[in-house]
Design a binder for this molecule. Structure first.
Ligand SMILES: [Zn+2]
Length: 323
């Protein structure tokens, strides 16, 4: 399950109090690396504690079972990888000041997304491996070795996450939240969730989490959502039946946007109904049957959903954004 290469999906205004700090102190408190200063909330402090990193040798990690893709990643500039752990994740990285904020975000997203889906994470003891690339050429080499599409900006595969974090880019975007969402969905709903729902929910959840993460740290931030160009709109019956990503790159973008809008639309229509639909689809229900289970009092049938949803999907500013 992939994330697209980063796009500007979030507008932010910095509060004057917030100050970005970066430096050699990452071992002391991971929180400093994302610029919290003394102005962070209790929740943010808890995340910082959960995400605090201590570097350990590869041989001393609590879980050294690497997937084939993980082994391929560590084969790129093999001597330069470093390793650390937090409560729920194991990190493979090149620089501590890059990995520390990743750990704070990853723990935050994991906790918030699982709570949103009403899942208890405490019973899941095995940690998730995150591989953090920095250089574009290393990421390109990883794409090649993993036979990934060139538009791939991050990937969740077999319970491991692979992302790129460019030290020169200030706002890191939704990719990490997107991939952590895939992790949570696969852990707690299994591998049967349809493609549109997996990607649509990851997009929807990631933009909300990314905004929430920064709001908790003194930034004004809100989630965003992309409209679907009317001429490229795909009927719901077709969208929800896709089992592979579109071949055409432009269609890939539309697929992600429309899937996100459909999740947003259904969640706004009836949050509990959306939960029922997600459970039903994860257990192999066809879309029309899952829709009936979750939304029988709201949409008479697929056609009724289609009529309302299309207007919502293509409307540039009409989608009410909830956070
Ligand atoms: Zn994805």
């Amino acid at each position: 399950m992939f994330a697209l290469l980063p796009t500007t999906t979030l507008q932010m205004l910095r509060f004057p109090l917030a100050r970005r700090r970066r430096g050699k102190m990452w071992l002391l408190l991971a929180a400093f690396a994302v610029g919290l200063g003394a102005h962070f909330s209790a929740a943010a402090a808890e995340d910082a504690e959960n995400g605090a990193l201590t570097e350990v040798p590869l041989a001393q990690l609590s879980d050294r079972a690497l997937t084939p893709l993980g082994q391929a990643a560590l084969g790129i500039r093999a001597a330069d990888w470093r390793h650390a752990e937090s409560a729920n994740f194991i990190y493979h990285f090149f620089h501590g000041f890059i990995a520390a904020p990743v750990s704070v975000e990853a723990e935050f997203y994991y906790r918030v997304i699982a709570r949103e889906l009403e899942k208890d994470t405490t019973q899941w003891e095995r940690k998730c491996h995150i591989y953090v690339f920095e250089r574009a050429e290393d990421w390109a080499e990883f794409q090649k070795r993993g036979a990934l599409d060139p538009w791939t900006g991050g990937i969740h595969a077999a319970g491991s996450l692979f992302i790129q974090r460019d030290p020169q880019v200030k706002w890191k975007g939704n990719t990490l939240g997107h991939e952590v969402t895939h992790l949570v969905v696969e852990r707690f709903f299994g591998a049967g969730v349809p493609l549109w729902l997996n990607e649509g929910y990851a997009e929807y959840s990631a933009t909300r989490c990314y905004a929430a993460f920064h709001r908790a740290r003194g930034y004004a931030a809100r989630p965003t959502s992309r409209a679907v160009p009317e001429g490229m709109y795909v009927p719901v019956g077709q969208l929800t039946a896709l089992i592979m990503y579109p071949q055409d790159v432009a269609q890939v973008g539309v697929f992600y946007s429309e899937s996100e809008r459909l999740v947003r639309f259904l969640t706004a229509a009836d949050k509990r109904g959306f939960g029922t639909l997600l459970e039903a689809l994860s257990k192999g229900n066809r879309f029309d049957n899952a829709l009936t289970k979750g939304f029988s009092s709201r949409f008479m049938n697929l056609d009724a959903l289609e009529r309302e949803f299309k207007a919502y999907a293509i409307h540039e500013n009409g989608a009410p954004l909830q956070d």
